[in-house]
Write a protein that binds this ligand. Structure first.
Ligand code: T46
Length: 133
């Protein structure tokens, strides 16, 4: 089964421009407790390199683009986040990395829980062990 779970985010456009609305428990299958965004990423910088134990997230590139690697310990898949009209749903024990941020990239993330460092698995060997367990 693919790790890639895209969520379409239809634009409600008119002659003024575009608007996308994301409704918790409707467009996405969780309540949103936190929103953060990553921008002004310096050239050559990669981010992520961790998995989450419980967290569910939707990541949308609202400007620019970046490449995301998702890894469930058995298969590894690469995608480009390059559209404000589709987001990637990340849930379960999945290792994620973000690479090749364009200078204008703004990566918006909607998260199911408040920030909790205890929910992170930042060591790849520990991640693999948890997948096996
Ligand atoms: C994820 C990917 C896609 C906070 O204080 N609150 C927050 O809500 C977040 C997300 C981070 N932080 C602090 C923790 C670090 O001191 O901000 C700093 C940078 O966070 P981090 O190194 O974890 O950032 P990324 O880009 O590697 O990962 C982030 C999210 O942390 C993570 O959940 O899935 O984006």
């Amino acid at each position: 089964m693919s790790l890639i779970n895209w969520i379409d985010l239809p634009t409600r456009g008119d002659d003024r421009g575009s608007l996308v609305a994301i409704e918790a428990e409707d467009s996405i299958p969780f309540k949103v407790n936190r929103v953060y965004y990553i921008f002004a990423t310096q050239p050559g910088v990669s981010r992520g390199f961790h998995a989450h134990l419980e967290l569910k997230q939707l990541a949308v590139c609202v400007a620019g683009k970046c490449r995301m690697t998702l890894d469930d310990g058995q298969c590894r898949e690469e995608i480009w986040l390059d559209s404000p009209e589709k987001g990637i749903l990340i849930e379960g024990l999945v290792w994620r990395e973000m690479h090749d941020f364009s200078p204008d990239c703004v990566l918006l993330v909607l998260a199911s829980e408040h920030y909790d460092e205890a929910d992170y698995v930042r060591d790849y060997a520990q991640f693999k062990a948890k997948v096996k367990a």
